[in-house]
Design a protein around this ligand. Sequence first.
Ligand code: FEC
Length: 315
Amino acid sequence: MSLGTKPTGVLVMSYGTPENMESVEAYYTHIRRGHPPTAEQLEDLSARYRAIVGGVFPLRENTNRQAAALQRTLDERAGPGRYVCYQGLKHAAPFIEDGIAAMAGDGIREAIGIVLAPHYSSMSVGGYLKRAQEEAAKHGIRFAGVQSYHLHPELISALAERVRRGLDKFGDARGDAIVLFSAHSLPKRIEQTGDPYPEQLLETSHAVAMAAGVDRWQFTWQSAGQTGEPWLGPDILETVDSLAREGVRSILVAPVGFVSDHLEVLYDLDIEASRYAEERGVRLERIEMLNDDPQYMSALADSLAAAEKELEDGR
Ligand code: FEC
C-alpha cells in the first residue's frame, strides 16, 4: 500500500510515434539524439510511414488502448483510485519526463513503471528506466521500474495461442511451416557487456515454442539501423533467403520482441519481408500482435506488483 491517501502512479512507457507526417522529421531527429536526418534518410522513413499509415500512426492508438486496458485491469484488482496510469514515451510527446512531471503535479509521491517491451537491454528498457528514475528524483518521487517480464506465464500463453492460430493459416501445409521468432536488432557491441537481451529473447522463443507444441523454429533479428557499425544478425531477409534455399515454403513470423502493431511490424515484416519471401516462392505469414490482450495486461499488472514490492521493501 502506498503511504497516505495518494494513489501510486504507474508510468506506462512506449516507443512513441509521430503525430502526423509533418512531425516525422522531429521524431527522427529525437531518435538520432538531436542529429537531423539527411533528406534521403527522411524521405526513406516518410515513404515507409506512407506505405502503412493512411493518415493514422497505429502505435499511438495502440499505446492509448494499452494504457487504458492496463488501468482497467489495475482498477479491477485493487479498486478504482488505487493506481493512476500516465503515459511516458521515449521519442514523442508525452515524453517519459512529461509523464513523471504530470504525476508530480497531481501530488503523487510513489510511482512504478513498465515498458511495453518484454526484454531488457541497457540500450532499450534500460534507457527508459534511467530517464524515468532521474526525472522522478528531481520531483522527489520514489520510483521502481520493471526490468523485464519475458517469461511471464501469461505472456507466453498469449503468444503461444497466437502461434497456434498463425499456423492454422497454412491449412494442410501447417506441418511444413517453420516458426521464425524475431526482435529488433541492436548494435553488436552489446555482446561485449553481457547484455541479457539476446538470451532473454531466446528464452521467450523457446518457451513459446514449447507451449505451442512447435519443434521447427529459429530466431532471427529484424529492423537493424543503418548506422555504419555492425548490428546483431542474421537479419530476417538473410534468414528467409537461407530457408528458401533449403526448400522451406511456409514461414510464420512471431515478432516476440514487439507487442503492438507498428512500423517495424506493418512495414518491415508485412510489406518488406513478405514481398522478399514471395519473390523466393515462400509464403510468409505473421502472428497477431498482443496489443491490449487481457493476458498481456495481466502479465503487466503482475510485474508492476513486483516492482511495487521493491518500493515497499525499500521504505
Ligand atoms: O511505429 C512507429 O512509429 C515506431 C516503431 C518503432 C518501434 C521501435 C522499437 C525499437 N527500436 C529499438 C532500437 C532502435 C535503435 C535505433 C532505432 C531507430 C529507429 C528508427 C525508427 C524506429 N526505430 Fe527503433 N523502433 C521504431 C522505429 N531503433 C523509425 C529510425 C529509422 C530506422 O532506423 O528505421 C537506431 C538509433 C540510432 O540511429 O542511433 C538502436 C528497439 C526497439 C524495441 C524496444 C522498444 O520498443 O523500445 C530495441 C516500436
